[in-house]
Design a protein around this ligand. Sequence first.
Ligand SMILES: [Fe+2]
Ligand SMILES: [Fe+2]
Length: 150
Amino acid sequence: MNTILDFLGSDHHACDDLFASAEAAVAQKNWDSAREQFGRFQAAMAHHFTMEETLLFPAFESRTGMSTGPTQVMRMEHAQMRDLLQGMQDAVAAANQNSFLGLSETLNMLMQQHNLKEENMLYPMSDRVLGSERESLIRAMQASGSQDET
Ligand SMILES: [Fe+2]
Ligand SMILES: [Fe+2]
């Protein structure tokens, strides 16, 4: 049985792996590789946020009637992470290791806390409340990946 927890939880781990590769390349000052790895990480994060903001959160909000609860907090944290990612992009473009590693440490803390809240609360709640809508929502999220890669 497909669950939102499995699907988006796996995507968190895929993003974590890309993050670790980018950070390792920066730590070695291997800037060509760092730019490529960071680009892949940033694209994966952008896609993940888009799946949540355009598909999961609206479905959760309409099912529960809660539009100012947990999804609002998650959207605010996405905005904070987007700012950090922008700063990291500038740092990697300028080959500024200190700036990148300072921002990446902050991002990693925020990202891990955010992902735990989703995996422990929002995703299991979504799996419960969405019922029959869950399968089609997961299919829509899967389909959104192929569009982003063009
Ligand atoms: Fe999120
Ligand atoms: Fe997430």
